[in-house]
Design a protein around this ligand. Structure first.
Ligand SMILES: Cc1cc2nc3c(=O)[nH]c(=O)nc-3n(C[C@H](O)[C@H](O)[C@H](O)COP(=O)(O)OP(=O)(O)OC[C@H]3O[C@@H](n4cnc5c(N)ncnc54)[C@H](O)[C@@H]3O)c2cc1C
Length: 288
């Protein structure tokens, strides 16, 4: 294994320049969890790691009227403890609090988690259900795009972009998001099924906005549109959760185990419905 040099650019422009100069032999270093794991397993690590640690503008949560801006270098533990995140979406804070252990969350960053592009990581489905957008910086300048349209492994070497910030639209009143996952290890197989739901109600208490993003160990987050359509016009009750989970189980989306994904879907819906009926002015009655 070659020795790894860690470079410490002072700002983002310098980081882009260094990435350009080193091409495919260099990669970005955020919390470093992925690289530590690779080293521990005896796998190859790039000969140059460009640390984003010292770039202050990359960390922190900023509240705007219409969105939260989360810097890519914000540690997961800081998101878990952020009052702004908890106030906007308790389901988002709850999901973050279940990533790995306290030790992992103290080191891992939101940018590193998303950029790793691992199908079974927890934040991507939830952030996709929230219609999150990303701000990226590369040799061609800054661009914004939906998380759903981003493939972190699209570009390597000199074309690689730095994820700068994650923009999460503010959740409107009478809306809730929740995430549920099932994880197990069977022999050498990792079993993982996850669902993130975003539900919005109209003035009559019926579902007018439904977003359902599912993932499993093999296939990363994707929307489940027929099941989303099955939510519209229904009321946030157990029967709706069961019917929509059945649509997921019967669907033809690619993935390892639709049955497990359906269980995660039903659990996420039940949790989101409980959030909604606990909000002032929303009744728990009605079964359609
Ligand atoms: C024991 C253990 C348990 C875990 N459990 C969970 C879990 O339950 N749920 C879960 O979701 N994850 C889990 N993880 C994974 C962990 O969350 C990720 O490894 C971590 O989030 C990576 O973040 P990092 O900041 O350490 O990134 P790094 O390891 O530094 O980087 C990860 C990748 O992203 C690239 N990168 C980093 N930052 C940027 C950026 N700003 N722009 C572009 N590219 C960038 C790097 O070049 C690298 O390719 C676990 C990991 C371990 C070791």
């Amino acid at each position: 294994m070659t020795a790894t040099r860690v470079l410490q650019p002072a700002d983002l422009d310098a980081a882009v320049e260094i990435l350009q100069a080193h091409g495919p032999e260099a990669a970005l270093l955020a919390g470093g969890v992925t690289w530590m794991l690779r080293q521990a397993r005896g796998e190859d690590v790039p000969s140059v790691l460009i640390s984003l640690e010292g770039i202050d503008t990359l960390a922190g949560v900023v509240v705007h009227d219409d969105r939260l801006t989360i810097g890519a270098m914000t540690r997961l533990i800081d998101l878990e403890r952020s009052s702004a995140v908890a106030a906007m979406a308790p389901g988002l804070a709850e999901m973050i609090a279940h990533v790995g252990s306290v030790r992992i969350r103290s080191q891992a960053t939101i940018g590193g988690n998303l950029a790793a592009g691992v199908p079974r990581y927890d934040p991507p489905p939830m952030l996709m259900a929230l219609d999150t957008r990303l701000r990226l910086l590369g040799p061609a300048g800054t661009r914004e795009l939906a998380l759903a349209d981003w493939s972190p492994h699209d570009s390597r070497g000199s074309g690689v972009e730095i994820l700068v910030a994650v923009e999460i639209p503010t959740l409107p009143p009478r809306a809730a998001v929740r995430y549920r996952s099932l994880d197990d290890v069977l022999g050498v197989d990792v079993v993982h099924a996850a669902a993130a739901v975003r539900i919005g109600l109209d003035g009559d208490g019926a579902i007018s906005d439904g977003r359902l993003v599912v993932a499993d160990a093999l296939v990363g987050p994707r929307r489940c549109t027929p099941a989303e359509q099955g939510l519209i016009g229904r009321h946030p009750v157990a029967e709706t959760a069961a019917d929509v989970a059945a649509l997921v189980a019967a669907g033809d989306a690619p993935g390892a185990d639709r049955g497990l994904v359906a269980i995660a879907t039903r659990r996420a819906l039940v949790a989101a419905f409980a959030d909604l009926v606990s909000q002032p002015g929303i009744a728990s009655s009605g079964s359609r």
